[in-house]
Design a protein. Structure first.
Length: 95
């Protein structure tokens, strides 16, 4: 099974939650990939995303709107491709 974790990049691997979750899933023989342009055109069984609070924390309305559009577009694209969507709700308020 191929799982795209978003975010799952060098910046977010410093976060113990994403790092440990990715390591655990990989040890169970799941293929873990981070979201990037090429993954948008590849088969992915599950999109697992975290922390979509960007629109609420953007420093201006346009950046927040763009971030919201990006989140919705990615989710819709993966849904159209037949991927399952998983959202892990961690914190009510970003920190």
């Amino acid at each position: 099974m191929r799982i795209c974790m978003w975010p799952f990049d060098e910046k977010h691997l410093s976060n113990s939650y994403t790092r440990e979750l990715g390591t655990l899933l990989a040890s169970e023989n799941y293929e873990i990939v981070g979201l990037n342009l090429s993954v948008l055109f590849q088969r992915v069984d599950v999109l697992h995303f975290h922390w979509p609070e960007g629109p609420g924390t953007a420093d201006n309305f346009i950046k927040g709107l763009f971030h919201l559009f990006k989140i919705v577009a990615v989710i819709l694209l993966f849904k159209i491709k037949g991927s399952k969507i998983v959202y892990s709700y961690h914190n009510y308020w970003p920190h």
